[in-house]
Design a protein around this ligand. Structure first.
Ligand code: ATP
Ligand code: MG
Length: 252
């Protein structure tokens, strides 16, 4: 197991008392696994990812990465956000280099390592472009290269393709699978799209509404690339969509 999440609970203070966002979340993730998390808006998906990233602390529970308890941010976790979160004043290369700069990797080695990931995401030739000169799909490629350049043990992705048009999104899903199979990284991927989860995941974790917990876990054993038009794809899509609807609880 590369990642073990045990009895995770998270509440936020509110004017009177507290709001329980995540009631109970338990998950073990194997090295190299591609896990998608689905759930209604506001159920705590981003919060879970931020806790794994060490950007937020849990109220209760433990998270172990390679057997070691997470106690803050670290370069062993790479984060890719929906809103790209690139530095607008930096070029593609300098965006991707950022983490290595922080680590104090010398410029020449930095450049070499960065170039590898720029090529991996298919952005060679665009090294000196600024984010405003890139399309949404290209920006997200920069985000992925930046996360990978740190050589993290695990890649945390929060609706990374949510802002893309349908065609670019499908292309980026294929690209991500290619990158995943080349790097064999462990991926935790949050999405609102059942279709996306079925196309990508080894396992799909469906969360309930707040106070949320895991409603169901689906193992998807189909070979890749998967055919979205196949009857079994459509049948499981329907089943998960129905499940998501049935999980919406009445808020207290
Ligand atoms: N820093 C915070 N302070 C107070 N409440 C917060 C904070 N961060 C998140 N929340 C609350 O916790 C709940 C879960 O938020 P979170 O962003 O994790 O949901 P989500 O599942 O990612 O939703 P979405 O699908 O819309 O992105 C929400 O009710 C949100 O208002
Ligand atoms: Mg979110």
């Amino acid at each position: 197991m590369i990642l073990e999440i045990k009895d995770l609970m998270k509440s936020f203070p509110k004017k009177k008392g507290e709001m329980v966002a995540i009631a109970d979340f338990d998950l073990d993730v194997e090295e190299g696994e591609f896990v998608c998390i689905l759930g209604p808006s506001g159920c705590g998906k981003t919060t879970i990812l931020r806790i794994i990233a060490g950007l937020e602390s849990q109220t209760r529970g433990r998270i172990l990465l390679n057997g070691k308890e997470i106690s803050g941010p670290g370069s062993d976790r790479g984060m890719v956000f929906q809103e790209f979160a690139l530095f607008p004043w930096r070029t593609v290369r300098r965006n991707v280099e950022f983490g290595l700069e922080l680590k104090g990797v010398p410029p020449e080695e930095r450049r070499e390592r960065t170039q590898k990931f720029i090529e991996l995401v298919g952005l060679n030739g665009f090294e000196d472009y600024h984010p405003y000169q890139l399309s949404g799909g290209m920006k997200q490629r920069v985000g992925i290269a930046r996360a990978l350049a740190n050589e993290p043990a695990i890649l945390l992705m929060d609706e990374p393709f949510g802002a893309l048009d349908a065609q670019t999104r499908n292309l980026m899903q294929k690209e991500l699978l290619r990158i995943w199979s080349e790097t064999r990284k462990t991926v935790i991927f949050i999405t609102h799209s059942v279709d996306e989860a079925l196309f990508l995941a080894d396992r799909i974790v469906v969360m309930t509404a707040r106070p949320s917990e895991i409603g169901q876990i689906y193992e998807i054993k189909w070979p890749r690339p998967r055919d979205r038009a196949s009857p079994e794809f459509a049948a499981l899509r329907k089943q998960i969509l129905e499940q998501l609807e049935s999980m919406v609880k009445i808020e207290e």
